[in-house]
Design a protein around this ligand. Structure first.
Ligand code: ATP
Length: 356
């Protein structure tokens, strides 16, 4: 990245070749990434893929066996250097955001500001509390607040020292769904307003898509793919990445002349060589239910009204598993009725089955 003056802007966080091992377990296997100033980056992946370990290494709570951590152009971890967490200027927020029950809300927020003289710490804490809309709770105790409010106090505590970067591990997962949506939206709005840089760990692809400028998908201690939500969803580079973002209908087929033939039609198989065993992935919204006689022959076996869409399950000739379709406006077929099944080619991805 280059600024207007042509000088390189240092990334807010750089991780280079990070490797971490716990006994026999390789938790991180050469992970490199950078986070630009003001960027919200999501580390996404299944449980155990190394997201938390990577965040802890960035924070300085853990030291990697190999690799470098650079914050704002300054090396804070490397072969011969290790800067402890309290000297890194990072804000940390973990899933278990545990407020101290015996301290008031204001005192909880002041906890991360111990290095400031008390009057300044109090002023900074009050400002942070006001930012998250909880100034009026300053003298209350944590148990008097709802889960969502407590989470916002934890956010205030993390932002109060004005850290260069916020590292958040599953920050919304302790909240119930309805509250989570609201708190998440407010948190992102606040990060945007303050131009904060943040790395947010989540296992939920929808959450990552809602909040991230860029998503880094991990698997077994490695980065699988990084990009915007749209890039990962539209152009996944592997079956693993594709499956992470969509519950596909999958059909096995062999590549012949650059195509795969299925009972639902033939589809292009770009980049796959002749004879490759492939998985044809069809998005549920890419299946259209038509009157019988159009497209492939099928029969509706269930239908569920969900408001915006109907979920329709349909068996099609030549397939061993029912297809799941998410349909908006479609031919109103009853359960048990013979129908036609069409596939929208734009909603189909084809991958090699090997290495999934
Ligand atoms: P989750 O979402 O469940 O927290 P994660 O993607 O954050 O998962 P990590 O917590 O980073 O994954 O764990 C990565 C791997 O390293 C796992 O196999 C885990 O069991 C192992 N691991 C992590 N910390 C330790 C530790 N202190 N001691 C031993 N093994 C560990």
């Amino acid at each position: 990245q280059r600024g207007t003056a042509g000088a390189a802007i240092p990334s807010a966080l750089g991780l280079e070749g990070i490797r971490q091992v716990f006994g026999e377990v390789v938790a991180l296997d050469g992970v490199s990434l950078t986070v630009a100033p003001g960027e919200i980056l999501c580390l996404l992946g299944h449980s155990g893929c190394g997201k938390t370990t990577l965040l802890r290494i960035a924070a300085g709570v853990e030291r990697p066996v190999e690799g470098r951590v650079v914050l704002d152009g300054r090396e804070v971890a490397g072969p011969s250097r290790f800067v402890p967490p309290e000297q890194r200027g990072v804000g940390l927020m973990f899933q278990d955001y545990a407020l101290f029950p015996h301290l008031t809300i204001l005192q909880n927020v002041m906890f991360g500001l111990k290095r400031l003289p008390p009057p300044e710490a109090e002023e900074a804490a009050s400002r942070a509390l006001a930012r998250v809309g909880l100034g009026h709770y300053a003298d209350d105790y944590p148990h008097m607040l709802s889960g969502g409010e407590q989470q916002r106090v934890a956010l205030a505590r993390a932002i109060a020292p004005r850290p260069g970067i916020l590292l958040m591990d599953e920050p919304f997962s302790n909240l119930d769904r309805r509250m989570r949506d609201g708190v998440r939206e407010e948190t992102v709005a606040l990060l945007r307003e303050t131009g904060a840089t943040a790395v947010v760990v989540t296992h939920d692809p929808e959450e990552a898509m809602r909040i991230a400028d860029r998503i880094v998908l991990m698997r077994a201690g490695r980065i699988v793919q990084g990009g915007t939500a749209e890039e990962l969803y539209r152009r996944p580079q592997s079956l693993f990445a594709a499956r992470f973002f969509c519950d596909f209908n999958e059909i096995k087929a062999i590549v012949q002349s650059g195509r795969v033939d299925t009972p639902l039609g033939a589809f292009a198989a770009p980049g796959l060589s002749e004879g490759t065993e492939a998985v044809v992935c069809i998005r549920p919204q890419g299946i259209r239910i038509m009157p019988s006689g159009i497209g492939a022959a099928g029969r509706v076996i269930s239908r569920c009204f969900l408001g915006e869409v109907d979920l329709v399950e349909v068996v099609a000739a030549g397939l061993d598993k029912p297809l799941h379709a998410r349909v908006r406006e479609c031919y109103e077929a009853a359960v048990g009725e013979d129908v036609g099944v069409e596939v929208m080619p734009d909603e189909v991805l084809v991958f090699a089955a090997a290495g999934a």
